[in-house]
Design a protein around this ligand. Structure first.
Ligand code: FDA
Length: 313
């Protein structure tokens, strides 16, 4: 099995589907949680605690990069877990903000209980974002699977309607609905992160072919750069980066590039050398497995790397 053969034999979409489905398997998750971090997940995850994260943040900042942190965890099962996740952010934000570096935060609303009770997630999100405002910090709501997009956008709008402008949201180019969502948000002068989309979605709601997603991504990035207050162009795709540079220049757009820890670091360094702003997502937490499976699904070679490392142990 070579990195080239995996996508050829089973197809890229099928590969993604198998890997993302495995994320829900408790046996695989337990095995990975025992051995996965040392076996390769630590390429993408800074560690289990904030203390593991700090040296990574320091290194990136020394290299001229901005950062954001996310405490991993999602789709929790109890209101106590949701409260614990919110409390975790309430500890994290002052501690990270006190470092004085340009580090922002991302949260997943399912981590704050969105699937249990949207009002509960709203209350947690409002508390976290309000606390961040007191510390001069910015918090972005990540975008998750398509059935929570409406609720996520609702909570973003409610935060903004309460004057909490230190927040932004994410739009996923693979969803058929997304250009309309962007247009609908523009009156708010939003801060938008534009991504291709990382979840397993059916054809009824999302584009399935990579070429179509890539094209939709470029269109969304151009529109956001032309009209949003701030655009985070979140991709490791060199062609998209090149197009975004041109569009940002054309529209004089306030923007930055964003990339994930462990992915295409050379490209991030090159952008910084050219004078662009680059922010790296630094994830940490004990519940890293589902995040990690999304990184595996994005690139078959990552799975082979993990399997080789596990076999060596
Ligand atoms: P593409 O998949 O075309 O990759 C371009 C190149 O980058 C590949 O050829 C490969 O070289 C490299 N690459 C990409 N992914 C890699 C990986 N995992 N390992 C190694 N190399 C890789 N999604 C979402 O649904 N909701 C969200 O909130 C976010 N948030 C987010 C923040 C940031 C900062 C980034 C960069 C991405 C996200 N995503 C996301 C994930 C996003 O939707 C998408 O799945 C990945 O970014 C991969 O798509 P690319 O745009 O990088 O292009």
């Amino acid at each position: 099995m070579s990195p080239v053969l995996v996508p050829d034999r089973i197809g890229r979409a099928a590969f993604r589907s198998v890997i993302l489905s495995a994320a829900g398997n408790p046996w695989i998750s337990a095995l990975a949680n025992r051995r996965g971090l040392e076996a390769g997940a630590n390429r993408f995850v800074a560690g289990e605690t904030l203390a593991d994260c700090i040296p990574v943040l320091d290194r990136l900042q020394a290299g001229g990069m901005r950062t954001y942190v996310i405490a991993l965890g999602e789709a929790i099962h109890t209101t106590e877990d949701a409260a614990a996740a919110a409390a975790g952010y309430e500890d994290l934000i002052p501690e990270v903000a006190a470092r004085g570096a340009d580090t922002t935060f991302s949260i997943k609303l399912t981590h704050l209980g969105l699937e249990l009770d949207p009002e509960l997630a709203w209350r947690h999100a409002r508390r976290v974002v309000a606390l961040a405002a007191e510390h001069g910090a910015f918090v972005r709501l990540d975008m998750e699977q398509s059935d929570v997009v409406d609720q996520t956008l609702d909570i973003y709008r409610r935060l903004r309607s309460e004057g909490l402008d230190n927040t932004g949201v994410v739009l996923q180019a693979y969803l058929h609905r997304t250009m309309n969502d962007l247009i609908g948000l523009l009156p708010l002068e939003p801060n938008i992160r534009v991504v291709k989309g990382a979840y397993l979605e059916p054809p009824a709601v999302a584009l399935q072919k990579k070429a179509q997603v890539d094209a939709a991504y470029l269109q969304l990035v151009r529109t956001a750069l032309a009209h949003a207050r701030f655009t985070a162009v979140a991709t490791h795709d060199e062609q998209a980066v090149a197009e975004a540079k041109n569009a940002a220049l054309k529209y004089q757009a306030d923007h930055e590039f964003q990339m994930l820890y462990g992915v295409r670091f050379g490209l991030a360094e090159q952008l910084v050398e050219e004078g662009h702003h680059v922010r790296i997502c630094v994830p940490f937490g004990a519940d890293w497995f589902v995040y990690f499976t999304r990184r595996l699904a994005e690139r078959p070679a990552n799975l082979l790397f993990l399997l080789r490392n596990l076999a060596r142990r």
